[in-house]
Design a protein around this ligand. Structure first.
Ligand code: SF4
Length: 665
């Protein structure tokens, strides 16, 4: 193993223990299983069965159902029997928070239980208490006493278990010793895992979910390393980003987190949590997983890597670069929109990438998600550009451009070395990280641009392991102390909007999460037009304007990796049987009123049992606290309790205003 995966330079699945969930085998190189969770009331047997069937028909290989108390746990038997009667044998998972007795009932009925180590034994009080070693040890004994009966039942009944840590619901004990950190998440699971191993119970899967992909990725990596160091083996992993939201943002956030880990061969089962009907999560899961069915057919390794990396994969630190114009250094990553396939670019095209022209005032309005540069190939533009927008063109056209402050040339690496004319301010130089014609380990071409104060390096790769080969190049740049800023260029060969979006989010998101990248440019190969899918059965993303789609995707990737904040962030739970209001409708209403509040994080959570814990670092929270009742939070503090749901959105807006986080549109 290399640090946390089988290989840092090619796609290889991580070896994990095999577990059995009913008749389904998972881990140990078995296919990556996809799953979802019902949103119906668990006491409504028929509604839950019918929703489960819709999910199974969509391809879900496991179905999770919430069991908040003994009654729901007992009703799992009716649900299971009805499903079997209708011919469905898909394993069922009981989702447990706070109620060991419900877990102990469910473990005798269905195939798998999920426990949250943050709240299985502990009630969260949000208290920072100092624990002595002796007190800490007593706490562990208390957990052992309360958790061991469940382990014994699972062992006796052949039931599998997920120890599912959530970043937002760590126990006070863990928080006091490790804080709200990836290491705290790992230790939270390890405490439970050690107890289970002591009982020689191994039918275990683990997860480390967070709504922040950065935290989530680091926690999984640390968990793998910790398990391997302590036990010499790794239990299978369930991947997910919690409260990812809906639509494009939800998919991108999930793809950044889950995709980054899948790229390194990590993950035995996945769930994409969207604030949409659960059956719509499955096609997104499948799009994520199918990328690796292709990759595993052929691995292409060129330069290897040792464990001695010049960066830590367990913590976020942006790679140090110098600034060239507004790229690199302390600048947020820039977005370059590729408009080179447009035959004649007009002002209207700039609307797609965040600029609005007002003819009356002859002025451009610049949106928060407006591209910083456009790449036009050989085209010089015959209209006045917005003040902040610059143009990247091929060298021959650059020489014809009159406005030197607006146009900058882009070269191939040898082209730049040989060029007679160069910009004295900013030159883009493309490097293909997988160039067959260059001998392995020959990096002499880097000498041509190394620390040239005018050069921004543009990295792309045609390798099947594209992310790994670009990451490998970053290591080379770091080892050679080359500090030019770097723009990540990613083209997609996929076809549907979902596939493109997952491709872009995975390939570039994985690098931004490593602190690599000062800019992003997304494009399509010429054969790869976007094909919208017409369907009555599911919600596919539909794209009317590919330039707007690509530009928004680039900004959303930067937002999801928290490297450039350009819009409001929504942390909305996917809903489940505990949900107390229509999450999709309410999320839509809140989004419509607040989507101009750049940088504000708003959580919309279905229940007060888990919501406050799970809403992580949200600035404001809208949480269901009873039928027709909403409790509003500022951070973790209750500000308005049990507000009537009819006025709750308005009250949320008032709360945002009272705290000076509101701006008028
Ligand atoms: S926060 Fe949402 S998904 Fe989580 S338990 Fe509550 S209602 Fe269910």
């Amino acid at each position: 193993m290399q640090l946390y995966c089988e290989s840092l330079t090619e796609y290889k699945r991580l070896k994990t223990r095999e577990v059995k969930i009913g008749d389904l085998l998972l881990g140990n190189f078995r296919p990556i299983r996809v799953q979802t969770m019902t949103t119906t009331d668990t006491m409504d047997t028929i509604a839950t069965v019918e929703q489960s069937i819709r999910c199974i028909e969509a391809g879900s290989e496991l179905i999770r159902i919430t069991a908040p108390s003994k009654n729901e746990a007992e009703n799992l038997l009716n649900i299971k029997n009805e499903l079997r009667k209708r011919g469905y044998t898909t394993p069922i998972i009981a989702d447990i928070h706070f109620t060991p007795n419900a877990a102990e009932i469910a473990a005798r009925i269905i195939e798998k239980v999920r426990v949250n180590p943050g709240n299985y034994v502990d009630k969260k009080k949000f208290e920072q208490i100092e624990y002595t070693n002796a007190e800490y040890g007593e706490e562990i004994d208390r957990i052992r006493e309360r958790f061991t009966p469940l382990v014994k039942i699972c062992k006796e009944y052949g039931t599998a278990m997920r120890i599912g840590t959530n970043h937002g619901s760590l126990s006070d004990r863990i928080m006091s010793r490790y804080g709200d950190t990836p290491m705290g998440m790992v230790e939270s699971a390890m405490e439970f895992l050690r107890i289970a191993r002591n009982e020689t119970y191994h039918n275990i899967i683990l997860s480390m979910k967070s709504s922040n992909p950065q935290v989530m990725v680091q926690a999984y990596r640390l968990l793998i390393k910790t398990m391997f160091d302590e036990f010499g083996e790794i239990y299978p992993l369930h991947l997910g980003v919690t409260e990812a939201g809906d639509g494009e943002d939800g998919r991108i956030k999930s793809a950044v987190g889950i995709g980054t880990l899948l790229e390194d061969g990590i993950g035995d089962t996945i769930r994409v949590s969207l604030t949409e009907d659960p059956e719509f999560e499955i096609p997104v899961c499948k799009d994520l997983v199918k990328r690796y069915e292709v990759k595993s057919q052929k691995s292409e390794v060129r330069q290897s890597l040792t464990d001695n990396l010049p960066y830590s994969p367990f913590e976020y630190k942006r790679k140090e670069t110098f600034a060239v114009d507004n790229i690199g250094g302390k600048h947020v990553p820039v977005v370059i929109a590729d408009l080179s396939k447009i035959e004649k670019i007009t002002p209207a095209h700039l609307q797609s990438i965040g600029y609005t022209y007002d003819a009356a005032t002859d002025k451009w309005a610049i949106g928060d998600a407006a591209a910083d540069y456009i790449f036009t190939g050989n085209q010089l533009l015959d209209f006045a550009l917005p003040g902040t927008l610059k143009v990247v063109v091929y060298p021959a056209s650059w020489r014809l451009a009159e406005d030197e402050g607006k146009y900058f040339p882009i070269y191939g690496d040898s082209g730049y070395a040989e060029a007679a004319f160069k910009s004295d301010k900013l030159n883009f130089v493309m490097i293909d990280c997988y160039n067959d014609s260059i001998p392995i380990n020959d990096y002499s071409y880097l000498d041509k641009v190394s620390n040239d104060p005018t050069v921004v390096i543009c990295l792309s790769s045609t390798n099947k392991n594209a992310m790994q080969s670009v990451r490998r190049m970053f290591v080379e740049l770091m080892n050679r102390n080359i500090k030019n800023p770097v723009v990540l260029i990613t083209d997609s060969n996929w076809q549907t909007p979902d596939e493109h979006l997952i491709h872009f989010a995975t390939e570039t998101g994985a690098l931004f999460l490593e602190g690599m990248g000062d800019g992003i440019c997304l494009g399509y190969n010429s054969k790869s037009e976007i094909q919208n899918i017409k369907s009555t059965g599911r919600t596919y993303l539909e794209v009317k304007d590919i330039y707007q789609f690509t530009n928004n995707t680039a900004f959303s990737i930067l937002q999801a990796t928290r490297t450039r904040i350009s819009k409001t962030e929504y942390i909305s739970c996917p809903s489940c049987g505990r949900t107390l209001f229509d999450l999709q409708e309410t999320t839509g209403k809140i989004r419509a009123r607040t989507n101009h509040l750049k940088g504000v994080k708003i959580a919309i959570m279905g229940c007060i049992v888990n919501g406050p814990g799970e809403m992580a670092d949200a600035d404001f929270g809208y949480v269901g606290s009873g039928p027709g009742k909403i409790t509003l939070y500022k951070g973790k503090e209750v500000m308005k309790r049990n507000v009537n749901s009819e006025v709750a959105v308005e009250e949320l807006i008032n709360l945002i205003k009272e705290n000076d986080a509101w701006v008028e549109v």
